[in-house]
Design a protein around this ligand. Structure first.
Ligand code: ARG
Ligand code: ZN
Ligand code: CA
Length: 258
């Protein structure tokens, strides 16, 4: 049993018919860059790991999960793991979930599907929880044909835009959900849990970057990838999050229903 788990990834670029590298038909470089960022964040080799508050350094974990663009497609033919498809509308909301994903999909048993698309409103991305016996995933609305994560093309990769979500952490956050992680504040008040003991209770999400925030009589871990903080302020997963993700990833088959 090897320590590092490697996840084959297919990236579906759902664009508006732009030339390769233009607009929502993002350059291959941006895709490769996001994969590098994911590997840094999940292996805790991210350059900003030293910025994790000293109070939390001891619980910050190398998740020992790595991502690699698929080298063969579902038919066994060599691929670069990137599929480019012209979509049917200019922007997509979460109501378009099923139709968006139906444009291009590889079997969820074998690949992590990442759809990159122009999303409407301020939607950064969204994910589907796994089917699992783990606490907090009981009412997951799982479907293998929609299994994976969706990320707004504007926020894919590190350094491709100039706003608060420019370091590729939207994909890190969504893949955290894909592996069964809940938001750090448990989506409720001080009694709502994220089912990880080493992440302190918090009463709400945190936007921006207030590092010394305390909402439930202890320091909030706002630098966790599973908060809503700006990308530049996020830099850790914890050991309990690592264990939860790896339990999901190692359950075989990961998907328990069709
Ligand atoms: N709001 C989204 C979600 O709940 C993503 C938040 C990502 N945050 C970030 N700093 N990139 O799944
Ligand atoms: Zn989230
Ligand atoms: Ca917790």
């Amino acid at each position: 049993q090897q320590a590092v788990l490697t996840v084959p990834v297919v990236v579906h670029i759902i664009h508006n018919g732009e030339a390769l590298g233009e607009g929502s038909n993002i350059p291959t470089e941006q895709i490769l860059n996001q994969i590098i960022t994911l590997n840094e964040d999940f292996r805790r080799s991210n350059a900003d790991r030293s910025e994790t508050l000293s109070e939390f350094q001891a619980v910050a974990a190398d998740s020992e999960i790595e991502f690699v663009l698929a080298k063969s497609d579902p038919e066994g033919i060599a691929t670069d793991g990137i599929v480019r498809v012209k979509g049917y509308k200019t922007t997509y909301s979460d109501n378009d979930n099923i139709n968006l994903k139906a444009l291009s999909y590889w079997p969820a048993e074998d690949y992590l599907n990442i759809w990159v698309a122009p999303l409407s409103g301020n939607l950064l991305g969204y994910a589907q929880f796994p089917v699992s016996e783990l606490q907090g995933l009981e009412d997951s609305n799982n479907n293998r044909f929609t299994d994976g994560v969706v990320v707004n093309y504007l926020y894919f990769g590190t350094g491709f835009n100039a706003d608060d979500f420019s370091r590729g952490r939207t994909a890190t956050h969504e893949i955290g959900h894909f592996f069964g992680l809940r938001h750090i504040w448990g989506d409720g008040g001080c009694s709502a849990d994220d089912f990880c003991n080493d992440t302190p209770l918090a009463s709400t999400s945190t936007l921006g970057c207030n590092l010394r925030k305390s909402t439930c009589n202890s320091l909030d871990m706002i630098q966790n990838y599973m908060d809503y903080t700006d990308d530049v302020c996020m830099n850790l997963f914890t050991f309990d999050q690592k264990n939860r993700m790896r339990l999901v990833l190692e359950s075989s088959p990961r998907r328990k229903s069709l």
